[in-house]
Design a protein around this ligand. Structure first.
Ligand code: C5J
Length: 222
């Protein structure tokens, strides 16, 4: 299959491609979570949910691998270095109790993926202690086991966990495509800059396209 992506065409086949959904968690998208504790307007992120649902639905119908990540720390915070915990909002840090439970801690209500994009049976869910999806996880081995060579990304936030994960993936040899309308930042100019820099210099980190382009490609070439 081929998408007329930027900066040039992106070739992939569903059997060797995973759709990776980065951190679409209540902690980032709903009021009362980690994102809001940092002073951000979380409604910006909620706006991409319909496009994410449409792309995920089409990908599921095509039968491709789906991976959901969560930025999540162990309840004893042994995987959260002080250098991470001590930044941000001093009155509500990672591990403190907020309106949706302990901030960014695995198993807490705020740490769950939003209901609109809930994983279904057979999909991979990865808890990651870092911003990048390979740091401290078994994901690279899982992709190798499944024969995955291409990754299509969506999720939040564009310039933090999405960009970090896409760069980590690029260095490991995956061909990466970002769905522009399925990713968002609390800072629109950061999103715009991240999207530009990822695809610059001949796709130095990867490609970008829209969810509509992916859906059309899946429909017309399936
Ligand atoms: C952040 C993320 N922004 N998922 N995490 O801290 O992008």
């Amino acid at each position: 299959m081929q998408i007329d992506a930027r900066p040039f065409a992106y070739d992939f086949d569903v059997a060797h491609t995973a759709l990776v959904i980065i951190d679409m968690q209540r902690d980032f998208i709903e009021p009362g979570g980690f994102g809001e504790t940092l002073g951000n307007d979380v409604s910006l992120l909620a706006a991409i949910v319909p496009a994410c649902q449409a792309a995920l639905g089409a990908w599921r119908r095509a039968g491709g691998m789906v991976v959901h990540t969560r930025e999540a720390h162990k309840p004893d915070l042994s995987d959260c270095p002080p250098a991470k915990r001590l930044r941000g909002n001093p009155s509500l840090r990672i591990g403190d109790v907020g309106p949706m439970g302990r901030i960014l801690v695995a198993g807490e209500p705020g740490n769950q993926i939003i209901p609109a994009l809930s994983p279904v049976a057979g999909e991979t869910v990865i808890d990651k202690p870092g911003k990048g999806m390979f740091y401290g996880t078994t994901l690279h081995a899982q992709f190798q086991q499944a024969g995955i060579t291409h990754l299509i990304f969506m999720g939040v936030t564009t310039e933090v966990c999405v960009q970090t994960s896409m760069r980590e993936a690029n260095d490991r040899g995956y061909d990466c495509l970002l769905l522009e309308d399925c990713t968002e930042s609390y800072f629109p100019h950061f999103k715009a800059a991240a999207v530009e820099m990822l695809r610059a210099q001949g796709a130095i980190v990867g490609w970008t396209a829209t969810s509509a382009q992916l859906i059309t490609t899946l429909k017309t070439t399936a």
